[in-house]
Design a protein around this ligand. Structure first.
Ligand SMILES: Cc1ncc(COP(=O)(O)O)c(C=O)c1O
Length: 409
């Protein structure tokens, strides 16, 4: 970390200082779209990228720039760009390396929006893809084609929490001179720094832990300056995917507490995972912090903490899964994650419903799978809520008819 700071200090201070004119410690919000220049030469130098500065809101903003510099420092990257959503960051990062005729190698279980972009939109522009089990180096090597131009992974993955070995993948990527792009949304730079492990580009949905309060939609790409400059000018700028000043301010505010938040998310998630693991109505728990997780040792090496997401398979399938989340009282049914509130969702009927059933099952997104984004409430209250909703029937499966259970029949 720059200046030898620890992460928590950098989260508060990196790229920020009191305002020169007013002394204001909290970040000023600059809503301006247009900027005045002292002369034509300066305007030309800024638009050409020869001089740092802001010239038009679609290509950057001073409040957003402070945040971009802070996130670049937290991820130990050269530069970063703030965009209007995580999907804007993911699509821009992929388009920075792919064009017509190219192929991308993608890890097997990815966020549903990423899956849609890769399988539905990218092929319309002549880009092909393969989903590969990226836990297996041999399968990755074998899937690289002559026209492969990028490797894209998510670790831990959404929603199965599969942990990928980023050192192994980055060495394969380097052997084949391919960029390795990593979605670090589930971890945040507090828990994992993919660039330090050899990745080339990091993408984030800042909608989740970076902002951490469920009131901003934003994304970031972090990497080499030339990649970020290209995205700013040729992709985000031309597609109009800029992040605005107000949302950047909110993320700057949220980021100051990221270390404290992540530690509590991790502590609570570990307690929840341990509780679920012992429940008779739960067939399987996916949490990298559990010694039974297939990549537990790798996770301990690669990650500073195990994160706030716990996925688990309840006995009883689709109907039991839906009935279970309907019975929760504290946890809210929601598509998002990384907020102070505990959020729950049923991937088969919610986030991953657009993936054809057979393919969904192949990715391990089974009908009884539940994803819990463990919040910042007291762990005991989260567990008590799960306890009252996990009602095993006589066959051990979770009951699927809430009304029947309520009326005692
Ligand atoms: C791992 C991951 N990456 C990317 C995204 C997309 O982010 P956004 O909704 O900000 O576009 C999500 C959204 O849930 C996600 O879970």
């Amino acid at each position: 970390m720059k200046q030898g700071w620890g992460f928590d200090t950098a989260a508060v201070h990196a790229a920020q200082k009191p305002d020169d004119k007013t002394g204001a410690i909290s970040q000023s919000i600059v809503p301006a779209v247009a900027y005045a220049f002292p002369d034509a030469e300066t305007a030309a130098a800024v638009v050409a990228g020869c001089q740092e500065g802001t010239y038009y809101g679609r290509y950057g903003n001073p409040t957003t720039r402070t945040l971009e510099q802070k996130i670049a420092q937290l991820e130990n990257g050269e530069d970063s760009i703030g965009l209007s959503s995580g999907m804007a960051a993911i699509s821009s990062a992929l388009l920075a390396f792919l064009q017509h005729g190219d192929h991308v190698l993608v890890t097997r279980d990815v966020y549903g929006g990423t899956y849609n972009f890769i399988t539905l939109l990218a092929p319309r522009f002549g880009i092909t893809f393969d989903f590969v089990d990226c836990t297996d180096a041999e399968q990755v090597r074998a899937a690289i084609k002559e026209n492969t131009k990028a490797i894209y992974v998510e670790t831990p993955s959404n929603p199965r929490l599969t942990v990928l070995d980023l050192t192994m993948l980055s060495s394969i990527a380097k052997e084949r001179r391919l960029p390795l792009i990593v979605d670090n949304t589930f971890m945040s730079p507090y828990l994992q720094q993919p660039l330090e492990l050899g990745a080339d580009v990091v993408v984030h949905s800042a909608t989740k832990y970076l902002n951490g309060h469920g009131d901003v939609l934003a994304g970031f790409v972090v990497g080499k300056k030339e990649v970020i400059d290209f995205i700013r000018k040729r992709i985000a700028g031309d597609l109009g995917q800029n992040l605005n000043a107000w949302e950047s301010f909110l993320i700057l505010r949220g980021l100051k507490t990221i270390g404290i938040r992540m530690r509590t998310h991790c502590d609570n998630a570990m307690k929840v995972a341990a509780y679920l693991q012992g429940h008779p109505g739960v067939a399987q728990v996916y949490y990298p912090g559990l010694p039974a997780h297939p990549q537990h040792e790798l996770a301990r090496k690669q990650m500073r903490g195990m994160g706030g997401i716990v996925s688990f398979e309840i006995k009883g399938g689709m109907e039991a899964g839906k009935a279970f989340i309907n019975r929760l009282k504290l946890a809210m049914i929601s598509f998002s994650l990384g907020d102070p509130e505990t959020l729950v969702q049923h991937p088969a009927s919610m986030t991953h419903f657009s993936i054809p059933e057979q393919e969904r099952q192949q990715f391990g997104i089974t009908d009884g799978l539940i994803r819990l984004s463990v919040g910042l409430e007291d762990a005991a209250d989260i567990i008590a809520d799960l306890e009252q909703a996990l009602l095993p029937g006589p066959d051990g499966a979770i009951r699927n008819d809430a009304e029947q259970v309520k009326s005692g029949h």
